[in-house]
Design a protein around this ligand. Structure first.
Ligand code: F0G
Length: 347
């Protein structure tokens, strides 16, 4: 029986037998081929999505959280805390509940998707909506965790990236080889750094031949790494990556350069086009931030080597953000309670 990523990859993770593993059986997410997306971009190679929305709380954050909360519990901490655009808060709240710990989450008031807010609340976290953006929230969290015995579980906690790197292992294990390219959304820049760690470790331990080229994508209204400047007022429909001053900025630049990759920006319009395309052509529903990978693929497919293998990371589930889905979809039909009215619409 699958029992989570720590158990599966413990020989490659900083854990020992004295630790009680806090897990919700995260990881082991499917790699799904999406030929319709390849065709839409006029690309001849093999194209897959790594559907991280199928983790227990609906995002890749669970990979990092199983590690961070396991470590916090082992250290005798009682409270975990994070700043979040939504997914980290949902994940921290769930793993804290499982560990019988408390969670405090700081979110930018009015700028997180409805599903994520619902999750943090129902898992029992103390939810603090700050009249500021994610970067402000992270600053406060760092100060409070330095002052009180509270475990910080944002991705500046090194255990987070250790857990997240296992997605790279799974991709190589599933394909049987390392892909040529990995395309991924970039917000606080932890995840691209974690994939680089994972692919590097697999190469160094002889589990794969090479490190894929990492191509990161930021929203054009929140593109600090692309433009090499802090965005004081980041703006994008993809609220998960509405970040102006990423904590892992330098690590992401290193991941980009050492993998011979690139970090580019995609507009909200391009993100939403990709979001709908993936759903309507492939039956896969991700959240807008995740569609930045697909938008980047469509925009830059012309620069990819012919017949190469591409993996796009879909970081979060579409159900996280029902408002955007409803806004982007065709109207529904409202009808009277009789067969004739329904028949008229059907035929
Ligand atoms: N995609 C989704 C769905 C996310 O929630 C995030 C980050 C990213 C991509 C970007 O990943 O920050 O490692 O570069 N969400 C964080 C949060 C910031 O608070 O949930 P990153």
């Amino acid at each position: 029986m699958y029992q989570g990523l720590i158990k599966r990859y413990r020989h490659l993770l900083p854990v020992d037998d004295s630790m009680e593993i806090i897990t919700l059986n995260e990881g082991n997410t499917p790699l799904i081929e999406v030929p319709a997306v390849a065709e839409a971009a006029g690309f001849s190679g093999k194209v897959f999505v790594k559907y991280e929305g199928l983790n227990p709380t609906g995002s890749f954050k669970d990979r990092g959280m199983t590690m961070a909360v396991t470590k916090a519990k082992h250290d005798g901490m009682k409270v975990v805390m994070c700043a979040s655009t939504g997914n980290t808060s949902a994940s921290a709240a769930a793993y804290a509940a499982k560990a019988k710990m408390s969670a405090v989450v700081l979110i930018p008031d009015g700028n997180i998707a409805l599903g994520k807010l619902a999750q943090a609340m129902i898992y029992g976290a103390k939810v603090i909506a700050v009249q500021g953006n994610f970067d402000d929230c992270l600053r406060y969290v760092k100060e409070l965790c330095a002052k009180y015995p509270i475990a910080l579980v944002n991705s500046i906690n090194p255990y987070r990236l250790e857990g997240q790197k296992t997605a790279a292992f799974e991709i190589v294990d599933d394909l049987g080889y390392a892909p040529d390219y990995l395309l991924i959304p970039v917000g606080n820049a932890g995840n691209i750094s974690a994939y680089f760690m994972g692919f590097t470790q697999y190469k160094e331990t002889g589990m794969s031949q090479k490190i894929p080229k990492l191509w990161g994508f930021q929203a054009s209204g929140a593109a600090p790494i692309v433009e090499n400047r802090i965005f004081e007022k980041p703006e994008t429909v993809a609220t998960a990556i509405r970040i102006g001053n990423p904590a892992s900025w330098e690590k992401a630049v290193k991941a980009r350069d050492n993998s011979l990759g690139r970090i580019e920006k995609v507009t909200d319009q391009e993100i939403l086009f990709a979001y709908r395309l993936l759903a309507t052509t492939s039956g896969i529903f991700c959240e807008p931030a995740s569609a930045a990978s697909v938008a980047g693929f469509i925009k830059y497919a012309k620069d990819l080597e012919k017949d190469s293998t591409v993996v796009m990371v879909l970081t979060g589930h579409g159900l996280k953000d029902p408002d955007n889905a409803i806004n982007q979809a065709p109207e529904i039909f409202h009808v009277k309670n009789n067969l004739k009215a329904i028949e008229e619409v059907v035929i």
